[in-house]
Design a protein around this ligand. Structure first.
Ligand code: SF4
Length: 237
């Protein structure tokens, strides 16, 4: 039974971030698992296996969740199961509620589609929990350049833990090589950042990896990490 506070304020979060931001990803995950235990959940989109493998190597009991929008590539779903088996962990797959799998809302409104298929399931998942671990890296994109290892998610009242925030692409490649981890099979087909099939395109070598997501729109994030106003939840007068 833990006796430390699970609800942390701005100063406590900043202090943990100072203590842990120079530590290895494994140390950060061990700390988070000890501190938050079952009050923490890890999400991974399985574009890459690094975070899930790291988490399960610290403890196979850590809950790793794939938010399945019902528009994920079959390759990603199979890859996630493969990593689960290799790592000896237990993957939870969460699907949206209140929308049929064949409703192609993305054709009309990608923000609304992401709100129902990704953001709402995440928020249900975080209800009653205190910590959310992600594989965000500062290198991913300019919108993620200020990601801290431990930070507050001001929108959801949870602590966000980003153990590989400081990792470069080379760090990820070397981790995968060291542990014999495969890539998502779409990576070799030019998909540098992998989400739902209707909204993900391969990119040219050397291009911004996230430029293949929602290509042709000004959208760069789905709302998990940088909440946008959801048109679904806006009340019209
Ligand atoms: S990425 Fe595309 S298909 Fe997936 S939830 Fe968002 S809008 Fe819908």
């Amino acid at each position: 039974m833990s006796h430390h506070p699970l609800h942390l304020g701005v100063e406590e979060v900043a202090s943990f971030n100072r203590q842990l931001s120079g530590e290895s990803a494994e140390t950060v995950i061990e700390w988070a698992n000890d501190y938050f235990d079952h009050h923490m959940v890890v999400t991974s989109s399985f574009g890459d296996a690094t975070l899930a493998h790291l988490a399960w190597s610290v403890s196979p009991l850590i809950e790793v969740v794939l938010l399945d929008t019902q528009f994920l590539f079959q390759e990603t779903l199979a890859f996630a199961r493969d990593i689960e088996h290799r790592s000896g962990g237990k993957l939870t797959i969460v699907q949206p509620e209140g929308i049929s799998p064949d409703v192609e809302l993305w054709k009309l409104d990608t923000d609304a589609c992401c709100a129902i298929r990704k953001v709402a399931p995440l928020e249900r998942l975080l209800e009653g929990r205190h910590a959310w671990m992600t594989g965000l890296r500062r290198d991913d994109s300019t919108t993620r350049a200020t990601t801290q290892v431990i930070e507050l998610d001001p929108f959801r009242d949870v602590i966000k833990i980003n153990p590989i925030a400081a990792w470069t692409d080379a760090d990820v490649a070397s981790y995968k090589l060291r542990h014999g981890l495969p890539d998502n099979p779409l990576t070799s087909q030019g998909y540098a950042s992998i989400g739902c099939w209707p909204c993900t395109r391969p990119v040219e070598p050397g291009a911004d990896p996230r430029s293949g997501r929602w290509a042709g729109q000004d959208k760069t994030e789905c709302g998990l990490h940088e909440p946008r106003v959801s048109r679904v939840s806006v009340t019209t007068r």
